[in-house]
Design a protein around this ligand. Sequence first.
Ligand code: ATP
Length: 593
Amino acid sequence: MSTESQSQIALMEKIVSLCKRRGFIYQSSEIYGGCGGVWDYGPLGAELKRNLRTAWWNAMMREREDVLGLDASILMNPAIWKASGHVDTFADLMRECSLTNKRVRADHVEPQDGVVMKYHGAQAPNGWRWERAITALLKNGEHIESFRKRVRSLIAQNAGAAAGKPEEIELLGEEKIDAVNGSIDFHPETGGLLGEPRPFNLMLKTYLGPTATEDDVTYLRPETAQAIFAQFKNVFDSSRVKVPFGIGQIGKAFRNEVTPKNFTFRSREFEQMELEFFIKPDEAVEIISGEVAQWHEGADLSQPQPNWGWQMWHRYWVAERTKFYEGIGLGDVLEYYWQTADDLAHYARACVDILCEFPFGTEELEGIAARGDFDLSQHQAHSSKSQEVFDEELKTAAAKLTDEQKEALIQKRLAAEQAKTKGEPMPEAEVRAWFDRLFKGNYIPHVIEPSAGLDRMALAVIAKAFSETEKVDDKGKKEVITVLRLHPRVAPIKVGVFPLLKNKPELVAKAREVYALLKKHMNCFYDETASIGRRYARQDEAGTPFGVTIDFETLGEKGPELADTVTLRHRDSGEQERVKISDLLGKLLPLVS
Ligand code: ATP
């Protein structure tokens, strides 16, 4: 293992340990040995997530006029998952270890080097026998005896009590088959030969209703987006909105990930923050505005324009989401992966993954896809309920087109259908029927989907904020201090409030006063135990950006001009300034919200 990957693992271990120690994230069901791929957020984690949710909700909805919120149920009619394609295609390819039946995602197997070893079976002194071929990888650098021990213990785990003690299992007919380099055919943990890749549906099944038969099967939603599509018409009809507009939602999603890993990064239960932003089809934009703006490097994306088609809207949302990440302190660790034509689903026009640097690599934080009208069309087809909107402006503009202009639009679309490299081109009769409806002002909106994961975002900000510094403590001893440099907007505790001494009732009373004043507006923490340095260090580790100390100056003992002032300490710069208590709120509020 390279020293770089060793230090990445060490860093991740430190982050996981800090998260547990300070109450950010705990393993679910820890006292019973955990629950694979499921995590609980402790007091600080719950505040951090809440701040991220609020930041998203405000940026995507409150501060805009064109996005509305939704809070839909986790359980839905299973017909939704049939229509969306999840029942048939929401699967990862997985491979199973022939020794242990442990599964791994086919694309998560790292290449390995070693010698392929084979046995024709195994037996134990108690008469137990395993009549099946065992193939496993003796990894480069592994001693043959420790390899045999590993294989025996894996077989024992698989066979259960029947096989007796692992050390008594006899491996039969050992053969060295082949040396391999960069093989992806062995389980990364067990070393057992992997079976062929098979699709594995990631949806978690459950039963709705008391009979629990196959007729009652439904799923815990694997994404929040489908509820937005299923409620599109209700929101549209009840909110007097016009396309373009969006519907956003934050909520739990569940996926039976084959290999949950990297702490909370790939969990089985997680939270998504998704926006479906509905736009006019480009043809409607062209009819109304006479043109569709083309994106180019440096294009002005600051204000949406009526002549924007899907491409400009897509770029706009990438820019908006980037601004969002900058606002929570992740600006400088982002990368973008523009999916290639091969990567894209047949209905998608473009998709960019916003990636973030984690200690275990640069991985996806959010996907922003231009999905055409696929989702609403699917729901229209499966539910037989129209998902079209009527657009008066479009109808009026179309009425002014000549027959030649209309035919030119149709021909352009037919040519585009023929040029498709994925999926079937829409037959001409359907294209003409679609234009008939469009010229009358009716269409199914297209959609741009920025889809972010809250848990990944929380992990990203923690990982980005994690830093260690060396300090000399009160007794002159060197120690390593962890400082979590969380952005003040997301930090769980905004201000630590400290009386300099706890045995001075005047200091304590004043500190309590300041605490009560601030607490109404932001999450604060009052601490009077230990030295002031230790108290600062505790808050540094929790990511608290500001500290307020009430000292003798505050009481006016060092001159009346300093009475009712406090020391305001800034975590990142270490700067300390004197601030009047009456100015504190005005100073802190803009920094933390
Ligand atoms: P990946 O390729 O990493 O499995 P995905 O492309 O399947 O992710 P989407 O279906 O686009 O993910 O989901 C949108 C967002 O939801 C992701 O960008 C991610 O932030 C979050 N997300 C998806 N799966 C998980 C998971 N198992 N655990 C935590 N967050 C997840």
